[in-house]
Write a protein of this length. Structure first.
Length: 187
């Protein structure tokens, strides 16, 4: 079966490559808005399914499409990708000294089967100093990341004091679960 990854994220691509899986990146552009009634884990799962639905007309019988979406959830509110550096700084200030959840929704789709799930990881940041926040926002690229940070980057190395759950989920793809499910699709 040919594996397709419906994601432009370089982090998701790298994680899937590290599983030694051959795959092709495809475009699954779709509207990433979601109903206001959705909460926490429902949001990224909804968007992952929408991405799969957008690609379905092109999906061939011998292909498996993997789509995903990640959000940061803090105090009952979603922190998506910041629109600018000011919003990125504000998000990091809100995460400072708190525990938040990172939810990734994944959808694995063939022409005859679809399996979807959400993975959650609790991440705790120590109190951030203002100069750390400013440094990270100005020297890294937080605008393409949910919650304005990459756990694998400078800010994660310095600020993350604990993590409960999958580290790779925080990077955007719970590869441990995908790897387990891939064998089910090969049967």
């Amino acid at each position: 079966m040919k594996i397709l990854l419906g994601s432009k994220s370089p982090r998701r691509q790298e994680l899937l490559r590290q599983l030694d899986i051959e795959f092709t990146v495809v475009s699954t552009d779709c509207d990433e808005s979601y109903p206001a009634s959705l909460r926490a884990e429902e949001i990224p799962l909804y968007i992952a399914k929408e991405k799969a639905a957008a690609y379905m007309p092109q999906l061939q019988a011998d292909e498996l499409l993997i789509t995903a979406d990640t959000i940061v959830w803090l105090d009952g509110e979603v922190l998506g990708k910041p629109k600018d550096e000011a919003e990125a700084g504000e998000m990091l200030r809100r995460l400072s000294g708190k525990t938040h959840q990172v939810y990734t929704g994944v959808c694995m789709t063939t022409c005859s089967k679809q399996v979807s799930f959400t993975d959650c990881t609790d991440v705790t940041f120590r109190e951030l100093k203002e100069d750390e926040t400013e440094y990270y926002v100005s020297h890294y690229r937080p605008l393409d990341k949910a919650g304005a940070y990459g756990i694998q980057e400078w800010i994660g190395l310095r600020a993350c004091t604990s993590i409960r759950g999958s580290y790779f989920n925080v990077m955007g793809l719970p590869v441990h679960r995908i790897s387990s499910l891939l064998s089910d699709f090969q049967k």
